[in-house]
Design a protein around this ligand. Sequence first.
Ligand code: NCD
Length: 291
Amino acid sequence: MLEHIFSRARDMRKMVEQDGGNDLLKGRIVACLFYEPSTRTSSSFIAAMERLGGQVIPITQGVQFSSVTKGESLEDTIRTLEQYADVIVLRHPDIGSATRAAHAADIPIINAGDGAGEHPTQALLDLFTIQDELGTVDNLKIAMVGDLRFGRTVHSLTKLLTLFDVSLRYVSPDILRIPMNILNPVIDAGIDVRETNDVSEVIEQCDVLYVTRVQKERFTDMTEYDGVKSYYEITPELMQRAKDKMIVMHPLPRVGEISEAVDDDPRAAYFRQVKNGMFIRMALLAEVLGR
Ligand code: NCD
């Protein structure tokens, strides 16, 4: 299944490079319902749908202008949008919200982030990027750095990576360690895994350095956030110690975890990663709409 989606994503890339777009999803509508801020996820789904000739109901800027502010339940909003659309892309602050929406709906729901829970389409584009950049996923040492507790992209990527023969290194301050319910299946899968709070311990050996932002919006105690917000910064000096063939990834937005001076390093893959997001979402939309 993964290879099928990745191969479709590569076809989408070729098609966009040659023709810019086509009519595969002409007559189809996606509703993008975003209760949390987004730049990449929302615009890549919109661009994906439009490049395939489909159309979008965008509720991405202004849930505050929708009936949500009148107190409408998630279920009722979903049951309404499915009267108009063929698929709903949902981002919502509550863990489990996508599952709730899927129970309420008769049309496909794509989870675009449920609070500190999961972000499965990001994990697909992350894995696709690793394979695209390094040619394989197996036998790689992958280090995830930053907010592993609230960072939903880390949770979903971890689940996908347990399907491969990888080594995992989790680098975070103590209060932002990877949750046990995410770590335990990794251990059960027999994967070589270690936790540390020091990037120095992983920089020389890792093939992928996956950096994340400290998720300010999930903290209830802002002094706790202030204590960890500037814990890491990937700099050109640190990159000098890394392998020649490795990549730095980030789901973005970054707020200081990677110095802008790293952007010109060919190993900085985060903007290529962004572009892959559109191709993966084109493939996913085509799949869920049966085209
Ligand atoms: C991430 C998210 O929303 O979880 N961004 C994204 O979708 N590319 C990461 C983040 O917000 O830090």
